[in-house]
Design a protein around this ligand. Structure first.
Ligand SMILES: [Zn+2]
Length: 155
């Protein structure tokens, strides 16, 4: 049996690839990546984890200031950019702009076409379907994100 010897670098990469499951883990990840956890950065992470929605920068700015947490427009934009580029939060590109969410690892979305809302869902495809896609394309699937579209049912 082969013994897998990991270098410290590989170990660190594994630690920073692990899914983030809580606000505390998000803050720990910032620290592990050497990012400063400023008051403003913490405000944004707290809001995203509490809201559980996908929000645009303007909405994040608006909500934080309504809660009495002082933060400027520029700071909101810069922090969202830094957090999403480091994979700590999710960034969804839409034709009307970017939205940010708290789940950073692969997940699927249900897009509600009448309310414009995006709902996070964890979808697991049957292994034989994945095997079939791999056989058809010659690509080993490591993760997937599915976009569902539909309308909210009345009542
Ligand atoms: Zn999402």
């Amino acid at each position: 049996m082969d013994v897998l010897i990991q270098t410290p670098m590989q170990q660190q990469q594994q630690a920073t690839n692990k899914p983030i499951r809580s606000l505390e883990e998000a803050i720990e990840r910032c620290q592990a990546l050497g990012m400063r956890v400023s008051r403003q950065r913490r405000y944004i992470l707290e809001l995203l984890w509490q809201a559980g929605e996908h929000l645009c920068a303007r909405e994040i700015y608006h909500r934080l200031n309504q809660e009495g947490k002082e933060i400027g427009h520029t700071s909101v934009y810069q922090n969202l950019e830094a957090l999403s580029s480091q994979g700590i939060i999710e960034c969804v590109e839409r034709c009307d702009g970017r939205l940010y969410g708290h789940i950073s690892d692969a997940h699927s979305h249900v897009n509600c076409l009448d309310t414009n809302q995006i709902i996070d869902v964890q979808v697991e495809l049957p292994p034989d379907l994945i095997a079939q896609i791999e056989a058809e394309t010659g690509v080993t699937i490591s993760e997937y994100r599915i976009d569902f579209y539909g309308y909210k049912k009345e009542g």
